[in-house]
Structures are given as C-alpha cells and as structure tokens.
Design a protein around this ligand. Sequence first.
Ligand SMILES: Nc1nc2c(ncn2[C@@H]2O[C@H](COP(=O)(O)OP(=O)(O)O)[C@@H](O)[C@H]2O)c(=O)[nH]1
Ligand SMILES: [Mg+2]
Length: 359
Amino acid sequence: MEIGLVGLPLVGKTTFFNLLTGASRPTGLTGETRVHTGSAPVPDKRLDFLAALYRREKIVYARVDFKDIPGLDPRQVNKAAASRFLEEVRGADALCCVVRAFTAAEIPAYFDAVSPLREFQEILAELLLADIMLVERRLERLRSGRKVSKEAAAEVALLERCLATLNNEEPLEKVALSPEEKGLFAGYGFLTEKPLILAVNLDEIGLREGDHPQREALRDYVEKRGIPAVEVAAQIEAEIAKLPPEDRAEFLEDFGLEEPGIERLAKAAFRCLGLISFFTVGEAEVKAWVIKEGTTARKAAGKVHSDMERGFIRAEVFHFDDLFRFGTPAKAREAGLVRLEGKDYPVRDGDVIHFRFNV
Ligand SMILES: Nc1nc2c(ncn2[C@@H]2O[C@H](COP(=O)(O)OP(=O)(O)O)[C@@H](O)[C@H]2O)c(=O)[nH]1
Ligand SMILES: [Mg+2]
C-alpha cells in the first residue's frame, strides 16, 4: 500500500517526504526526474500505553509507504516526463496532494500569489484530464472494433457513464457501480477514484495565527467534497526534528501543537488507505500490525506468523479501549471483556490479540 505525494513544483513535497520517512533527499529542485519511496511510522499513543503497562522496552509502530513524485506541472513542456509521472500517480493506492500556503520571497510561487485552493484545483483538474483521456482512448478502441460483443457493449456503457461524470467535473469515485462493473472499473487505475487527502504546507505565521491565504475558501471546498485535510508547517517541523528529542516537545508546545503535524498526516494517510491496526504484546516488544479493514482473525494471525494462520485455534481478544478503561488486563478479564474469537472474527482497530495455535 503506497501513498503518492502529488502537487505543483516547489510546494514542499520532498520536504514532507523527508520528514515522514527520515530520508534526506535534496529539496528545492525543479528538474527532479526520479521517484523515491520510503516508509513512515504511524505513531500511536495506545502502543506507548501498552509498552508502559507491560513494561516492554521496544515499540514497533505501524508503517505506511510514501512515494515522492516530481511535480505535476501543467506547464511542463517535456510531455514524456509528464506522462511518466502520471503513470507513477496511477501506481499509487492513494494520493496526498501537497499545496503551498507558505510565503517565501525566494521561492517563486506557481501563480502570482500564494493560492493553495487554486493549486489544489489545478492538480484535481490534471487528474480529471488524465482520466478523461484514458476513457476516451478506450472508448475509441472499443467503438472501432468490428464485432460488438456483449462484454464490449457493457464496457462502452460503463465508460460513457464515467465520461459524463468527468465532464461534469466530478471524480470517478462518484460513479455508482454494479457488482460486475466493479472489477472492470478497478482494472483501469483511474486517478480520480483513488482515496485523496490534502496536506497544506504552512509557514510560521500561518501556524501561529491559525490562518493562511484562501483558508476559508479551501476549507469550504474540501468539506463539501469530504476530503480530509491536514495543516502542517513542514519547514518548521523539519527544524524541530533536528533537535534532541527532549527539546522537541517544548518547541511544539510553543507553536500550540500537541503532536507534530507530520504525525497527524501519517495517521490520516493510514486511515485513507482503509487500514487498521491490531496489537500484540511479545516477550520483548509491543507491536502494531497493519491489516485491511474487515480482515478475519485467522488471516490476521498470518501477518504475525504463517504457523499461526495454519494452526489457528482461537484468538484471545480484548479491545484497547476496555483495557484503558479498566487499567489492567486482569480487571478487564474480571469484567468479562476478554473474549475467545474464532477464525472468522473480523478484527477491529485497537484489538489486542493473543493467538492460540497448534502446529
Ligand atoms: N519558507 C518555507 N519554505 C519551504 C517550506 N516548505 C518547503 N520550503 C522550501 O521550498 C522549496 C521547495 O521545497 P521542496 O520540498 O523541494 O518542494 P517540491 O518541489 O514540492 O518537492 C525548498 O527550498 C524548501 O526548503 C515552508 O514551509 N516554508
Ligand atoms: Mg521534490
């Protein structure tokens, strides 16, 4: 599962990528032609609590992969590069669009002024356009075919509906699909169907004042469309991240931040991929395991070890919230909140699981 960072050039994508993954890719480049991938931890206070309760030294957080894709530049003259970047976007499972809301005289703004809403709309238009081209090419091919099979006719009907949606400037996630159409649709890798989040890159003043250019309008825009948005001051957080760990909290507090924005972004990205985590308490560590929502207990066991899936007997489960409420596992057990679940139990986010197995 991979999230693609997309946006216009020089908006802070690589700065975000470095912060998320701990990489140190050069920033400020406009002629960047390569894609970089890396993984980011998804911090979780629940795991910290478990580690303290069970006195485990090591905490293993969930991770989510990010891909730093060079700017999607509508003014790009190198069409080959532009289409290669679009293919990278197509390969991602979800997208995080970065927009610039910081003022910096030395970094040229894409438009005349700092305009994050306009940037966002520009990127959405690029994605929409790419889908329109894909649909039209496919329709053309289908219509030029000699024989019209039943399957081809069904595909044409589907694509025509897609095209109508796109021409209406609506993303393809809005298209209603029959169960048969779902598989066909998924095969295209449409860009406007991918889960999307917005990362707004603020400057120090924006962070302190809780404001930036076009803020109200941008908020309205994402709320109407149900797009999760996270505000992060990437540059400042990069500076804070360089400090010794014990000094960081003080600086964050100074900016009125409870946790680094980058952590909020990693969590939002994780959720937008439809992922959840369950926890295990091992001999030396507490660990979060990443699964798709709806994964059954037996499959989840397979994440930990293939033997556990093969020899699955039962999952001993309690929910983190119950543990937190009662304070200790013994009290949660007394209250009857520790359950034995069978192989088809759909694991919930925050379940603490001990697998019983036999091989
Ligand atoms: N002043 C300021 N500069 C930033 C901020 N975020 C990124 N930059 C700078 O903007 C330039 C472009 O950043 P980069 O991450 O390379 O953007 P990308 O082209 O989208 O990958 C670099 O010189 C960064 O140092 C910010 O929040 N404030
Ligand atoms: Mg970059």
